[in-house]
Each structure stands twice: as C-alpha cells, then as structure tokens.
Design a protein around this ligand. Structure first.
Ligand SMILES: [Zn+2]
Length: 97
C-alpha cells in the first residue's frame, strides 16, 4: 500500500485536496485531519463576523446571498468549508477541545 506523502508513516487513504485532477490517494487520515483543523481555524476566523450576525437557523437563500456577495478569497474559504463538512461526514475527524 502507498504511504502518506506528508508523514510517510501511515497508509495513504485520502486524496490531497490541494491537487486538482484525479483524486489519487496521497495522504493519511491523520495528516488530513491536521489540514482540516488548520482550515477550520482560518475559515472560522474569517467567518467570525458573519457568524455573529447570522443565526444558526440561517436559510439556504441567506447562504446563497452570502456566497454571491463574498470576495474571491472568502468564496474559496466557503468551498473549503463545504469540503470540510463533506469530509467530516466521511471520516471521523478528531477535534481538539
Ligand atoms: Zn500522514
């Protein structure tokens, strides 16, 4: 089995999301979790202001408005957030308390 390209210790089970093209398994879930943690911190920091304004019950149309009004870097952050949500449904991401 192919080993993780990041740590070189664990079997590669997930594709490197930073690489476009075919999803070839390159990194282990442990390293992937680390990446997700970093993403989450950055995204949440950027979204802090918005989160203070939005209620947890925000509707899909609110979300669409939000997306259309965002600048490009923030849009990328939202894409990453969506990826994170998808990934967290697929794998059990350990979260630091
Ligand atoms: Zn690894």
């Amino acid at each position: 089995m192919k080993l993780c390209e990041k740590c070189g210790k664990n079997p590669a089970t997930l594709p490197d999301r930073n690489r476009m093209g075919r999803p070839i398994k390159r990194i282990c879930s442990e390293c992937h979790s680390e990446l997700l943690r970093g993403d989450l911190e950055r995204v949440l920091t950027n979204m802090k202001k918005v989160m203070q304004e939005k209620t947890p019950e925000q509707t899909h149309s609110d979300y669409e408005d939000y997306m259309s009004n965002m600048t490009e870097p923030s849009k990328r952050d939202m894409e990453i957030t969506n990826e994170i949500f998808k990934c967290t449904q697929e794998i059990d991401v350990p979260v630091k308390e």
